[in-house]
Design a protein around this ligand. Structure first.
Ligand code: SF4
Ligand code: SF4
Length: 112
């Protein structure tokens, strides 16, 4: 619990500084492909600064392209990595979450 709380605090500290300028968006290979805001670095910043920890954080290659153009030099990859840790910790505490995720990945449907 303390581990999760510390990680969350660090993530929010990074992401809440985002000024939502969008300079990072067009550099992101995932956003270029999917064209949905939540997959962009700015989208990650908005979600995570609002304490929304979604599996979308795994849809990032950690390429750091976004960090190159960020005027605030935000450590976006660090925040995304830590958000993955938070989700992994939650899975450990609640194995049923992992079962559901595995079923989705295997195409079995979450509740079959
Ligand atoms: S690190 Fe992630 S969010 Fe940033 S540009 Fe690369 S894929 Fe996009
Ligand atoms: S470039 Fe930096 S400040 Fe601008 S939207 Fe992207 S993460 Fe936020």
């Amino acid at each position: 619990m303390i581990e999760e709380r510390n990680a969350k605090e660090e993530i929010i500290e990074i992401m809440e500084k985002c000024i939502k300028c969008g300079l990072c968006k067009e550099l992101c290979p995932v956003f270029k492909l999917i064209r949905e805001e939540q997959y962009s670095p700015r989208g990650h910043a908005i979600l995570l600064s609002n304490k929304i920890f979604d599996k979308i954080v795994f849809d990032c290659s950690l390429c750091k392209a976004c960090e190159e153009k960020c005027p605030l030099d935000l450590k976006i990859c660090t925040a995304i990595r830590k958000a993955r840790q938070v989700l992994n910790l939650r899975e450990k505490e609640n194995p049923e979450l992992k079962n559901i995720k595995d079923k989705i990945i295997n195409g079995e449907g979450a509740f079959s």
